[in-house]
Ligand binder design. Structure first.
Ligand code: ZN
Length: 200
């Protein structure tokens, strides 16, 4: 198993306040390094369907709060899968407490969030060390959806493609070059196949 994510997103400090939370999308995308805060999927394959999630839901199930919906620090750049799985859940019913150690959510801008999970060899997301809170989050964000492993593979292919290109340019041996070309074509087919699945 490998680390769940390589980077931790961070809200910039001093962002000018905007009336509508939707105005923050571009800034938020930058702060979240073009990735869903919850599953770490890069947005390249479906950038238009990425949304702004409210970490503390605007209208949590069964209770209310007065935190304004344009509070920048409460906004998370999210993929449509995590956003629709999370819905209006906030089990502690206390706006100051995102979890009780067993149920609830950890803010993905905390390093701690990244340590709750691990990646299996196929890129799927797994709970680390049986942590009960990680289990709750994994289940309530539906992080077991195969789409996340697919996105992870797509990103890996893009990285391999860059390496293969460098290798190709660093040799003059025609046999090695031909093999690399073949590998690059295979990787290209795989990437196109994944794009196709996303654009169905
Ligand atoms: Zn996601």
């Amino acid at each position: 198993m490998t680390a769940f994510r390589e980077t931790t997103p961070k809200h910039r400090v001093g962002r000018k306040t905007c009336k509508k939370y939707t105005t923050y999308k571009k800034t938020l995308r930058e702060d979240f390094l073009k990735r869903c805060g919850y599953c770490d999927d890069v947005d390249e394959l479906r950038i238009r369907s990425y949304v702004i999630d409210h970490f503390l839901p605007r209208k949590p199930d069964g209770w209310t709060h007065t935190i304004p919906d344009n509070k920048y620090e409460n906004l998370i750049y999210a993929c449509p899968f995590c956003n629709s799985a999370k819905k209006n859940k906030w089990p502690t019913r206390n706006y100051k407490k995102s979890h009780d150690g067993i149920q609830g959510f950890v803010n993905p801008t905390l390093i701690k969030y990244g340590k709750l999970f691990r990646r299996n060899a196929d890129g799927s997301i797994a709970v680390f060390n049986g942590n009960p809170l990680a289990k709750y989050i994994h289940e309530n964000l539906a992080l077991n959806q195969p789409i996340h492993a697919l996105n992870w593979k797509f990103e890996k292919i893009l990285k391999q493609e860059k390496i293969l290109k460098t290798l190709h340019n660093s040799t003059t041996d025609p046999i090695i070059q031909a093999s690399i070309r073949e590998l690059r074509a295979q990787q290209g087919d795989l990437a196109a196949e994944i794009r196709g699945i996303y654009n169905k």
